[in-house]
Design a protein. Structure first.
Length: 219
């Protein structure tokens, strides 16, 4: 299957309001251009250096999503380069993003990353941690950081019932945050969940942004 037919197939089976982020980590500029030519404008990278290397070689209207764990000292590179950071997971990082965004004269959108999987190795916050982060954000009036939703990765497993529970959990966190903090904020609207193996399940559970790598570019 080619990149273009993979994309067309995904488009055929998902609702049009769901944003497709093509995860282009480890992919070449040529591969990315194939997806671009098929109309994809949202691309996801998880390594800072790779993003900084590829971005200048590709069209300027690409919206770059930073989907990997972000170290504080790398925020100064990612903030000017990215449209959306999916991996906000600490007050320290929030502070740093705010500082850098202010200097870059930019407001950057960020998602609160939750730990929903059973594996210890996956990054993200607990419900309490995310709540205190949202509180810090509200109280400190971070004018250069927009909190626009949530992100999470389900367990890597064939157990569909487990994945479904994890996605439902994340959707629940989103709904609760919306009610408690973002009632009059249209911006808080993104639920980034679902990858190649589980995006249909994720959409069924309320996702409106899927991050697809191998399903688009192959193995
Ligand atoms: C690599 C990656 C993806 C895409 O994974 P695929 O299974 O190839 O679709 C999605 N989200 C994150 C955070 C990733 O690191």
């Amino acid at each position: 299957m080619s990149v273009i037919s993979n994309i067309n197939e995904i488009r055929r089976i998902i609702p049009p309001e769901v944003t497709i982020v093509a995860v282009s980590k480890t992919r070449t500029v040529d591969e990315i251009m194939e997806a671009y030519q098929a109309g994809i404008r949202n691309f996801g990278e998880n390594r800072v250096q790779e993003l900084m290397t590829k971005k200048p070689m590709l069209p300027e209207d690409i919206r770059w999503h930073f989907i990997g764990h972000l170290q504080r000292n790398k925020a100064r590179m990612v903030v000017p380069a990215a449209t959306l950071i999916h991996s906000l997971d600490s007050a320290g990082l929030l502070n740093e993003i705010q500082t850098v965004a202010e200097k870059s004269n930019k407001a950057i959108d960020c998602l609160l990353q939750f730990h929903i999987a059973t594996e210890e190795t996956k990054f993200g916050m607990t419900e309490q941690e995310a709540y205190s982060l949202a509180e810090i954000w509200i109280n400190s009036r971070y004018g250069h950081v927009n909190l626009t939703g949530v992100m999470g990765m389900a367990s890597f497993t064939d157990d569909h019932a487990l994945i479904e529970r994890e996605f439902r959990l994340l959707k629940g966190y989103f709904d609760k945050l919306r009610t408690d903090f973002f009632m009059n904020c249209e911006r808080f609207s993104t639920i980034s969940m679902g990858m190649t193996g589980d995006y249909l399940l994720a959409i069924r559970e309320g996702s409106n942004m899927v991050r697809i790598g191998t399903g688009i570019f192959g193995h």
